[in-house]
Ligand binder design. Structure first.
Ligand code: NCD
Ligand code: ZN
Length: 442
C-alpha cells in the first residue's frame, strides 16, 4: 500500500501546521518539512486533521431495502462524511437478530472496505419486544456484535429490558435504547405541542421519551449495567441524564445533527421529509440539547441516518415513514450548530464525533490521539469551505435529506482508513485503497 504524506495540516485545528506521514496503517511520523519519496501527497494547507468519525446509529437497509441503501452505498456516504466506523442498526429485513445476519453485515462491510461496518444485534427476536434474541451467539460470532438495540422500536417491557441489561453486562456489550413508551405514541407523527395541534397532526409527547429514559436509568443502576440512550430529543431527557450521571449510573446518550438544528416549525409545509422519530421538538429543546452536548451531559453525536424511498416520503405526512439522511451532512451541521456559536472547539468536535463514540462502543483502534504509532483512521477537513446540499449529489441511494438547498459550513476533503484514502474531494476511492481497508478484525 502506498504511503501517504499529508502536508501543512493543523492537528485538531491547533498550533502550527505540520506534515503527517501515514505508513502501514499507522501514523508513522509527525513533523515539519517531512519528505517521503514514494508517498502520495495530500495537501493540507488551511485544513484540520481529526480522528475519523464514528457513527453509533446508522441504518444501512441491507438486507431487505436495497432500493434505499446498501452496505456499499452507505459505506460510500460514510467515507464521504468523514467516518471510519459506523454501527448498522438491526431493523433490517430479515431483522439482525441472529449471527447469520450480523455476520453478513460485518463481512460485507469489510468487502466494501470503505469504513468498518459494525453490526448492531437486535435485543429481542424480530424486534417484537417479547423474547430476548441470542445475544451471546451474536457477540461470539465473526461479526463480534458489541452493541444491541431494537431501534425503531423501544424495548418497552421493563422485565425484558432488565434481563437484557443483565445479559449485556455479563457479555460486556452495550444496550442502546430507542426511548419511546409505545402507549403514549399510538398514532403519533409529530412533537406534541402548539404546532402539531394547529396543523392537526397527532402528537408524540416528551414524556414518552423521558419516562423510558428515567426507567432505564434505574434499571441500569440496579443491574450495575451500562445503558445508552439513542437520539435524545428533549430538555427533560437532558435533566434526567444529568441526574442519572450525578448518581453514578452508567448512562450515555447521543444526539442527532437534525435535532441540534431543526425544530417543529419545519412542519408548517407538511413536507414529510421532516417526519422523524423522535420528532423534531421545540426551539427550547434544541437549545438544551446543544448546551448538553457542549457540557458532556450528552456524550456524542450519532446521525440516525435513515434512508427511505421516494414513495415512502413523498406522500401525506401521517403516511410517511420517519427518518432522515445524515452521514454526509453531519460534520457541517455540527459546525453550524456547535462550532460557529462557540459551544465547541475542534478538539470538542473530535470528542463528540470520534473519541466518545469509540469509547462507548469499546473500539480500541478508533478515536485515538493524533500521535505517532496510532492507527491512521483520520479525517481531513476544510473548515472554511461552504457547500450547498443537493440530494442528487449525495452517495446515498435515497434522497430524504431535510437539508436540501441549505448552504453549510465546512467540508470533509479526505478520509483515511488504516492509512488508505477512502474518500477524497467528494469522491470515493476504489481499488487499492478499498482493499487496503480490509485487514482489520472485529
Ligand atoms: C429510523 C428508521 O427509519 O429505521 N427512523 C427514524 O425516524 N429515526 C428508526 C429509528 O431510528 O428510530
Ligand atoms: Zn430510533
Amino acid at each position: 500500500m502506498t504511503d501517504v504524506l499529508i502536508k501543512n495540516v493543523r492537528l485538531y485545528g491547533e498550533g502550527e501546521p505540520v506534515d503527517v506521514l501515514l505508513a502501514d496503517g499507522e501514523i508513522r511520523q509527525i513533523g515539519a518539512g517531512l519528505n517521503a519519496a514514494d508517498a502520495e501527497i495530500v495537501e493540507g494547507a488551511g485544513q484540520y486533521l481529526l480522528p475519523g468519525f464514528i457513527d453509533l446509529h446508522t441504518h444501512l437497509r441491507e438486507p431487505g431495502r436495497e432500493d434505499t441503501e446498501t452496505i456499499d452505498s452507505g459505506s460510500a456516504a460514510a467515507a464521504l462524511g468523514g467516518y471510519t466506523a459506523v454501527f448498522a442498526m438491526a431493523n433490517t429485513n430479515p431483522v439482525a437478530d441472529s449471527a447469520v445476519v450480523t455476520d453478513h453485515v460485518w463481512r460485507r462491510g469489510q468487502e466494501v472496505g470503505l469504513v468498518d461496518v459494525y453490526p448492531v444485534g437486535a435485543v429481542t427476536v424480530g424486534l417484537q419486544g417479547k423474547q430476548l434474541a441470542e445475544m451471546g451467539t451474536m457477540a461470539q460470532s465473526v461479526g463480534a456484535v458489541r452493541m444491541f438495540s431494537d431501534d425503531g422500536h423501544c424495548v418497552y417491557d421493563p422485565l425484558i429490558m432488565r434481563r437484557a441489561l443483565e445479559y449485556a453486562n455479563s457479555l460486556g456489550v452495550l444496550i442502546a435504547q430507542h426511548a419511546e413508551e409505545p402507549r403514549l405514541t399510538e398514532g403519533a407523527v409529530a412533537h406534541e405541542g402548539p404546532t402539531a395541534a394547529r396543523l392537526g397532526l397527532a402528537g408524540w409527547p416528551r414524556a414518552a421519551e423521558e419516562s423510558i429514559v428515567a426507567r432505564d436509568a434505574l434499571l441500569a443502576r440496579d443491574a450495575g449495567a451500562r445503558v445508552h440512550i439513542c437520539h435524545a430529543s428533549t430538555a427533560g431527557t437532558v435533566e434526567l441524564l444529568k441526574w442519572a450521571k450525578a448518581q453514578g449510573i452508567s448512562i450515555t446518550a447521543e444526539v442527532t445533527p437534525h435535532h441540534l438544528l431543526l425544530d417543529d416549525s419545519r412542519l408548517e409545509t407538511y413536507d414529510a421529509v421532516n417526519r422523524v422519530n423522535p420528532p423534531l421538538r421545540e426551539s427550547s429543546d434544541v437549545a438544551a440539547l446543544r448546551q448538553a452536548l457542549a457540557e458532556g451531559v450528552i456524550d456524542c453525536v450519532a446521525t440516525d441516518h435513515a434512508p427511505h424511498a421516494e414513495q415512502d416520503k413523498c406522500c401525506e405526512f401521517a403516511a410517511a415513514r420517519p427518518g432522515m439522511l445524515g452521514l454526509e451532512t453531519a460534520l457541517s451541521i455540527i459546525v453550524e450548530t456547535m462550532v460557529r456559536p462557540g459551544l465547541l472547539d475542534w478538539r470538542g468536535v473530535a470528542k463528540v464525533m470520534s473519541e466518545n463514540p469509540a469509547r462507548i462502543a469499546g473500539l480500541v483502534d478508533q478515536g485515538r490521539p493524533l500521535e505517532v504509532g496510532e492507527p491512521a483512521n483520520l479525517v481531513l477537513i476544510d473548515p472554511d469551505a461552504e457547500w450547498t446540499v443537493r440530494s442528487k449529489d449525495l452517495a446515498s441511494i435515497a434522497n430524504n435529506t431535510p437539508f436540501e438547498s441549505m448552504t453549510l459550513p465546512a467540508k470533509v476533503t479526505s478520509t483515511f482508513l488504516r492509512g488508505a484514502i477512502t474518500a477524497r474531494d467528494g469522491k470515493v476511492l476504489a481499488g487499492e485503497a478499498r482493499r487496503a481497508g480490509n485487514r482489520g478484525g472485529p
